[in-house]
Design a protein around this ligand. Structure first.
Ligand SMILES: Nc1nc2c(c(=O)[nH]1)N[C@H]1C(S)=C(S)[C@@H](COP(=O)(O)OP(=O)(O)OC[C@H]3O[C@@H](n4cnc5c(=O)[nH]c(N)nc54)[C@H](O)[C@@H]3O)O[C@H]1N2
Ligand SMILES: Nc1nc2c(c(=O)[nH]1)N[C@H]1C(S)=C(S)[C@@H](COP(=O)(O)OP(=O)(O)OC[C@H]3O[C@@H](n4cnc5c(=O)[nH]c(N)nc54)[C@H](O)[C@@H]3O)O[C@H]1N2
Ligand SMILES: [Mo]
Length: 764
């Protein structure tokens, strides 16, 4: 329970029976194609389904809100995937969460419903307010909502007592205005979902190659000899990436998959669009699966680098002319024994040498990764080890080679590019200030974890969220809930109902906005927005569906109205909302690489932002060299009775949005409160699948507990377990974060498994 209102911060379980089937070996194909159609038709109806599925990712259509994987250029056939279709269908639902819905359901009652149920209720239709003494949201006018926010900011006095969060679906235009508003107000308090996601990649690569982004284009996949896919589940989270991998294989590439789980898409893949051509065969993708232990990647990287040194597979010219630090890296790697590498990674020397030989022969290697690397204590360090491995072979800035952090939310990369960052660089601020005539604050703002701490300590009056579901996405749900209920006013700009609407500050606002799929009509006419994909291509996105309610407003309009109500500056903010060209004109001046933005963004496939390592093999580090940065291996030892838990996504969710209760590829159906566990570990304890356990997590002498989880025997290394987020977030300690990036360690949580009701020896 949380705060003055008796609301439950964690999702109650859906009372469905768990069904366990054999995990699938083939991803996509007919089941995926039918699954996406069924999802669409159930939620949107047939006509809308056909309309949306034929405009997604078209040059003149909207950018799929599913993920940040790029679209193939000049594609004549529309590219869709099962999970993109689900994301679209979920947004294109009818608007049923209206004022009468809120009059019938108090926030206390709603908090007893599961996350799955909340999302199923449809789109939010009107701005609503939850008054301090009330348990029911009520209708409020847009004007009164902005006046209320302005009053809280005004009374607060200190701009740093306001915090402005962004989830990664916000367009470049809205995000640019939002950061300009916050900085004009006088704060860099701009945490974003990136803090929980690829922050470790940004920090790690910034130091090694001088840019916190990937260095490959989609075409590079067609020219690659070896592709590493590390800590990533593309079959579920980036299904269109499987097409790129399939094409790469057809062009002769080998694929090495590094993952504690044998994720389905990488075993065999059947393109969903091939079924229309009646071609029923499937293709194996991964040539080698290295079933590393959770957290064992740094050891594996040391092993792979040892092999490169032994086989002299070094690009000596590149190393000599463009890099620094190879010798200390070599020494560090030499000092790591094979015994430790095998022990920490859970792999044999033979396995690592086989993969190492494959890499040594490659003229062009791409390394891809996602949350399996970033959400670790050593997230920054392990990404730098991957960077070391790539740099030693010269696999950067040439065709078919490079580093490829695979981003999550569809515009998370764009949001950062246009200034959503709590620690902006001086160069960024100087240019912004001179183009916009403001003096930005220089003091760094709070990231996600620091924002929670600031709220818990009572140092925040306003918490404004541009999208997302802060309560459920962040670690340590109960700690976050405590923080949120401490705030005077929490504001959520949202499309769908989620738990962050229920666990709130004393006053709360929900401001409903247009989604990607919807027509955006402003006084000057139809508008489009722009986004940046995972590979630095900026392009337009234009919705085609009628908005779910007449009361919805676009995010740029919301920011313009907010700024007008709050700031006393002489900028004509509403002119930005009237015509988004006006925002883009200012962006052309304020952002490096955005010159002539209005013109260039209108070209059919958009344009590529400058990327020195990719474009010219040059590095924007202080000494203009790429850097080998080597690290001690992390301590991965565990007490006998403890497990390492990773929290992962099922096939039927988008982050905290639960579409359904299935994880089809892993064969888990009907229930999400499950623990994937090694069968031998289970037998040793006399446990079978469906046995119920309580989980207790341990960090720095403190424990957290979550009861009632069902075991599922699964192909996972011994000592490792997996659960789904957001349910397991209550177990992720707020203080357990990655060095330097401060990213919560959602893939490294030390736990014990107990019989129901049994006390843990370390519990108070
Ligand atoms: N359908 C769908 N698509 C999505 C999302 C979604 O929720 N649903 N979310 C979007 C977002 S925001 C993001 S960030 C991405 C996330 O995309 P992913 O990173 O693919 O998502 P996770 O489910 O967190 O999966 C992490 C993978 O890393 C593995 N792993 C965990 N720990 C380790 C480790 O120590 N080492 C190695 N080598 N592997 C490890 C897990 O087994 C799992 O396969 O997807 C985006 N796309
Ligand atoms: N334990 C654990 N925790 C994790 C992770 C993990 O792997 N394990 N992953 C982390 C990662 S990678 C991420 S990115 C974060 C995600 O954190 P968030 O981005 O905060 O969460 P989402 O679940 O994506 O947000 C969903 C909500 O966004 C709103 N929304 C959807 N579309 C729009 C739109 O177009 N505009 C606006 N304004 N709102 C919209 C809807 O109301 C919906 O309920 O979670 C992190 N949390
Ligand atoms: Mo993410």
């Amino acid at each position: 329970m949380s705060g003055r209102r008796d609301v439950v911060a964690t999702t109650p379980p859906d009372r469905n029976t768990l069904k366990i089937k054999k995990p699938k070996s083939i991803a996509a194909g007919i089941p995926a194609a039918t699954s996406s159609m069924i999802h669409g038709i159930k939620k949107m109806g047939l006509n809308k389904t056909i309309k949306t599925l034929t405009t997604v990712n078209q040059p003149s259509g909207f950018d799929c809100p599913g993920c940040a994987w790029p679209d193939p250029e000049h594609s004549t056939m529309f590219e869709f995937c099962e999970n993109g279709a689900k994301a679209v269908a979920d947004e294109a639902m009818k608007g049923l969460v209206n004022p009468s819905f809120f009059a019938r359901n108090s926030v206390e009652d709603l908090s007893l419903k599961s996350d799955y149920w909340l999302n199923k209720q449809g789109r939010i239709t009107h701005p609503v307010v939850l008054a301090p003494d009330s348990k029911y949201y009520e209708k409020i006018s847009w004007k009164d909502a902005f006046d209320l926010i302005a009053k809280v900011i005004d009374e607060s006095g200190d701009p740093n007592r306001s915090i402005f969060y962004t989830s990664g679906r916000t367009s470049n235009e809205a995000a640019f205005m939002y950061q300009l508003f916050a900085r004009t107000l006088g704060t860099n308090n701009m945490p974003d979902c990136s803090n929980m996601c690829h922050e470790s990649s940004g920090r790690g690569l910034g130091e090694t190659i001088g840019i916190g982004k990937g260095t490959v284009s989609l075409d590079d996949f067609n020219h690659s000899d070896v592709i590493l896919v590390i800590g990533q589940n593309p079959g579920t989270n980036h299904p269109r990436m499987l097409t790129a991998l399939r094409d790469a294989k057809r062009n002769g590439a080998k694929i090495i998959h590094v993952n504690p789980l044998p994720e389905t898409g990488l075993v065999r893949f059947k393109h969903p669009q091939d079924y229309m051509k009646m071609s029923f065969g499937s293709e194996p993708l991964a040539d080698i699966h290295l079933q590393v232990k959770i957290g064992g990647d740094a050891a594996l990287m040391h092993g792979l680098m040892k092999v490169q040194f032994e086989l002299d597979a070094l690009d000596n010219d590149f190393i000599k002319n463009s890099t620094k630090g190879i010798e200390s890296m070599r020494q560090n790697v030499n000092n790591t024994s094979w015994e430790q590498i095998e022990n920490d990674s859970g792999l044999t020397r033979f396995q690592i040498e086989s993969a190492g030989r494959m890499l040594a022969k490659s003229d062009a290697t791409i390394a891809c990764w996602a949350m399996g690397l970033t959400q670790h204590r050593n997230g920054v360090a392990v990404i730098q080890e991957v960077s070391n491995l790539m740099l030693m072979g010269g696999h950067i800035g040439k065709k078919g080679a490079g580093l490829c952090p695979v981003r999550g939310h569809s515009n998370v990369q764009g949001d950062r590019t246009v200034g959503i960052w709590e620690r902006p660089s001086e160069a960024f601020l100087e240019r912004l200030d001179s183009a916009c005539g403001i003096v930005s604050p220089r003091e760094h703002g709070v990231d996600v974890v620091e924002a929670i701490t600031q709220m818990r300590e009572g140092n925040a009056d306003l918490f404004f969220c541009m999208g997302g579901n802060f309560l459920s996405a962040t670690p340590d749900t109960l700690a976050t809930a405590e923080g949120l209920t401490n705030v005077k006013l929490t504001v959520q700009v949202s499309t769908k109902l989620n738990r962050s609407h229920l666990v709130t500050g004393s006053t709360a606002l929900i401001l409903p906005c247009l989604g990607r799929t919807e027509i955006d009509h402003q006084s000057s006419g139809l508008q489009f927005v722009s986004v940046e994909n995972s590979m630095g291509i900026v392009h337009t996105s234009k919705g085609g569906l009628r908005p779910a309610s007449e009361q919805l407003r676009s995010e740029p309009w919301i920011v313009a109205s907010l700024a007008t109500a709050v700031l006393n500056d002489d900028r004509d903010w509403m002119s930005f909302a009237e015509n988004y060209d006006n925002i883009r004109e200012l962006m052309s001046l304020a952002l490096a690489g955005f010159e002539d933005y209005n013109e260039r963004v209108r070209s059919e496939n958009g344009f590529a932002l400058p990327n020195p390592p990719r474009d010219s093999r040059s590095f924007n580090t202080p000494d203009k060299m790429a850097h080998f940065i080597s690290h001690e291996l992390p301590d991965v030892s565990l007490d006998d009775d403890k497990f390492v838990m990773m929290t992962i996504r099922s096939h039927d969710q988008y982050n905290t949005t639960i579409y359904d209760l299935h994880d089809r590829y892993r064969g888990i159906h009907g229930n999400r409160r499950v623990v994937l566990m090694n069968a031998t570990d289970m037998i040793e304890r006399g446990w079978k699948s469906r046995h119920i356990v309580d989980i207790v997590s341990h960090h720095e002498g403190k424990t957290r507990r979550s009861d009632g989880w069902q075991l599922v025997a699964y192909d996972i290394p011994r000592g490792n377990i997996a659960t789904y987020f957001p349910e397991a977030n209550v177990l992720v300690p707020l203080e357990s974060t990655a060095t330097k990036s401060n990213t919560p360690t959602s893939k490294w949580i030390i736990c014990s498994l107990l019989e129901p009701g049994q006390a843990d020896s370390e519990e108070e």
